[in-house]
Design a protein around this ligand. Structure first.
Ligand SMILES: [Cu+2]
Length: 165
């Protein structure tokens, strides 16, 4: 999620470049007169396009990213799903049946400390995910519904969709 913060900051600076120029101008604090700085057109166009691209990237990050769904696979009465932890969770929508034990395995590839821990509050789960390892948690959902799992800071998230058997 650091990436998103950097994107926001860069986008803001792209949209409001005058703030930077202002502080660099040498005028007394009492001099409130506005001094337009003429920038060449390609610079203006570039700044606007760069800003729009970054805003677009932000919107995509928060709203547009496609969810990746996956139904658990059944074996010996246990339904399991492998979730890859790499810049988020893949799949980030896990579909399981109600009333059967679920084995969720998190394979952590991303060293970003944001993903150190995974929380599934509805099932009382809070587990550390060592980098380079696969950590498995188990629980049995008894009620149909949607339950979220998130990183320790609740920035990355996924959904466990519990459906009727
Ligand atoms: Cu986090």
């Amino acid at each position: 999620m650091k990436l998103a913060a950097i994107l926001v900051r860069t986008a803001l600076l792209s949209i409001f470049p005058m703030e930077m120029s202002d502080s660099q101008m040498q005028h007394s604090p009492t001099d409130r007169s506005f001094q337009p700085i003429e920038q060449p057109l390609p610079v203006k166009v570039g700044v606007v396009l760069g800003g729009l691209t970054l805003v677009g990237a932000e919107l995509w990050w928060f709203l547009g990213r496609k969810q990746q769904k996956q139904q658990a696979t059944q074996s010996n009465g246990v339904q399991s799903v492998l979730v890859t932890v790499d810049g988020g969770y893949r799949p980030d929508r896990v579909i399981v049946n109600s009333g059967e034990p679920v084995r969720l395995s998190f394979r952590r590839l991303d060293g970003n400390s944001c993903l150190d821990e995974v929380l599934i509050p509805d099932f009382g789960i809070s587990t550390r995910l060592p980098v380079g390892q696969t950590t498995t948690v188990e629980f049995t959902p008894t009620k149909i519904g949607e339950y979220t799992f998130t990183c320790g800071m609740r920035m990355f998230r996924g959904v466990i969709e519990v459906t009727a058997t």
